[in-house]
Design a protein around this ligand. Structure first.
Ligand SMILES: C[S@@+](CC[C@H](N)C(=O)[O-])C[C@H]1O[C@@H](n2cnc3c(N)ncnc32)[C@H](O)[C@@H]1O
Length: 145
């Protein structure tokens, strides 16, 4: 299953950029992971671009008001998607004013990393760390302890 992360705006915080690059590098040996940065703008424009870029994917809208999962529950969710034959999952990180209702309505899941509002680049970093953590758990590797 391919994991595609789509985020609005180019990364500008060097520490977040470095962290994301590090986890993406580590993830290489676990499968197919990609981060796509789309043009920033209003919620309407960004949500429309996120929907277009995630066509055909199982959509996970990242949102602080979303469902809260433990890492173990996330492993179960990823396993379930794989067992159902999902080919591509897209995690959607929104603009400064968040996602539109139209995007929420078309999401298969709305996931909150915490109930704190984070800058989109920090949300991206926490997201890739969790995706990395999930894959080390699936392989029985010690990182997750
Ligand atoms: C600055 S936040 C937008 C906050 C905006 N006020 C809202 O109502 O959604 C930019 C993006 O980062 C992501 N984000 C920020 N905090 C998050 C969290 N705790 N969980 C999941 N995603 C988060 C979301 O995708 C959000 O659209």
């Amino acid at each position: 299953m391919k994991h595609l992360i789509i985020a609005a705006g180019k990364p500008s915080l060097s520490y977040a950029k470095d962290g994301v690059a590090e986890y993406l590098k580590r993830l290489r040996r676990y499968g197919n992971f990609e981060i796509k940065h789309i043009k920033d703008g209003s919620s309407e424009d960004v949500s429309a671009r996120l929907l277009a870029a995630s066509e055909g994917c199982l959509r996970v809208a990242m949102d602080e008001r979303g469902e809260s999962l433990t890492t173990g529950e996330l492993v179960t969710r990823v396993n379930k998607w794989e067992m159902r034959g999902t080919k591509r999952v897209a995690y959607l990180i929104g603009a400064s004013d968040g996602h539109t209702q139209a995007l929420r309505d078309r999401a298969d899941m709305i996931w909150g990393l915490s109930s704190l509002t984070m800058m989109h680049e920090l949300a991206l970093l926490v997201l890739v760390e969790q995706i990395y953590r999930v894959h080390t758990i699936k392989r029985g590797e010690p990182y997750h302890r």
